[in-house]
Design a binder for this molecule. Structure first.
Ligand SMILES: [Zn+2]
Ligand SMILES: [Zn+2]
Length: 145
């Protein structure tokens, strides 16, 4: 955890940007979120902790966290993006219902195995992945009957 924050600090400095307490607040909060999140989620979580952070600061920090490889955009819903933390997390699928927007994660060790095999075979260094499958969830399928 401490290293992650140090690394982020260095990353920001290397880019010639100022490392601010707001940026660190956003990162610390993200490290505690377990589910997918959007800007509002972070904003309200921080507000509940009496943070004075603005939504604009969060919007400005997220692209840096993506670039640094800490988070990735998982899906878009009603025009805004949802993210998740990427490090310490194995590749997994997102089943996304196009009708209600529900997202189910599929964790399966075979997926990681498969990606690893192909990564080696093609001699790639894996940076990020985006595994989305769109469909209609069981509830919505029921409602359509
Ligand atoms: Zn649905
Ligand atoms: Zn996910």
């Amino acid at each position: 955890m401490k290293n992650l924050i140090e690394d982020f600090k260095n990353f920001i400095k290397k880019k010639g940007l100022k490392y601010t307490s707001e940026r660190e607040e956003v990162l610390r909060e993200i490290l505690e979120v377990e589910d997918h999140f959007d800007v509002d989620t972070l904003y309200f979580r921080l507000k509940n902790k009496n943070s004075k952070i603005s939504k604009a600061s969060i919007y400005r920090t997220l692209p840096l966290l993506i670039e640094a490889g800490y988070i990735q955009e998982v899906y878009k819903q009603a025009g805004h993006s949802y993210y998740e933390v990427t490090f310490n997390k194995l590749p997994h699928l997102h089943f996304i219902c196009i009708s209600c927007g529900r997202v189910d994660e599929v964790m399966d060790p075979r997926l990681n195995q498969l990606i690893k095999e192909h990564e080696q075979e093609k001699n790639y260094k894996l940076l990020s992945y985006h595994l989305e499958i769109f469909g209609i969830c069981s509830n919505c399928k029921e409602a359509l009957k």
